[in-house]
Design a binder for this molecule. Structure first.
Ligand SMILES: [Fe+2]
Ligand SMILES: [Fe+2]
Length: 191
């Protein structure tokens, strides 16, 4: 069974791949065609889905473990959750603009920079401490919960939902169901 670092690490690789692809363009400013702009919007929607699920699951399962098992865990978790909440607001705004809009590239550029920093923060500041503190069995359990939670995790950023695990567990399934209904209507998402 994959441990929590493997499961989250796979998500990080996938998000980084999407960021690199979006960064390559072309953009409206560099001469993208209508079809390329439509694809760019679609790719951004996929990024929002992937990122929303990932951060929601970290807030439910990963940060509570960081708080419980690392001495400086609360400080680390607070800082990371602050980054996640800020990113959700950027994504919520990004979701509202078309890929032909200059605001789209400004927001996407900001998200790309912040997301890379956030991943780096988690992998270099938090993971090494948690790796030594977390029993292997707990790490495997968390990995399983996160992997399984993907099916029911919210697919939109929800920047106004408080990032506490309890609030997410209560609001999560309702929000996820509403997200899925919207995904179906707008034809986005693959499942
Ligand atoms: Fe995160
Ligand atoms: Fe992460």
């Amino acid at each position: 069974m994959a441990d929590v670092f493997t499961v989250l690490g796979q998500d990080h690789q996938e998000v980084k791949r999407m960021l690199a692809e979006l960064e390559r363009g072309p953009t409206a400013a560099t001469g993208a065609s209508e079809a390329q702009l439509a694809l760019r919007k679609k790719m951004t929607e996929e990024l929002i889905i992937e990122e929303s699920r990932h951060e929601a699951l970290e807030e439910m399962y990963f940060w509570p473990a960081v708080r419980d098992h690392i001495q400086s865990g609360s400080t680390l978790a607070d800082e990371a959750i602050g980054q996640e909440q800020a990113a959700k607001q950027v994504l919520a705004n990004l979701d509202k603009v078309g890929s032909g809009d200059t605001e789209f590239e400004r927001l996407l550029g900001k998200f790309i920079m912040d997301a890379r920093e956030h991943i780096e923060f988690e992998e270099t500041q938090v993971w090494p401490l948690l790796r030594t503190a977390l029993p292997a069995e707990t790490s495997a359990e968390l990995g399983k919960k996160i992997a399984e939670g993907k099916k029911s995790a919210p697919t939109r950023p929800h920047p106004h939902t408080p990032p506490s695990p309890g609030a997410l567990k209560a609001a999560g399934p309702v929000a996820a169901a509403a997200d899925k209904a919207r995904d179906k209507l707008t034809g986005r998402g693959s499942d």
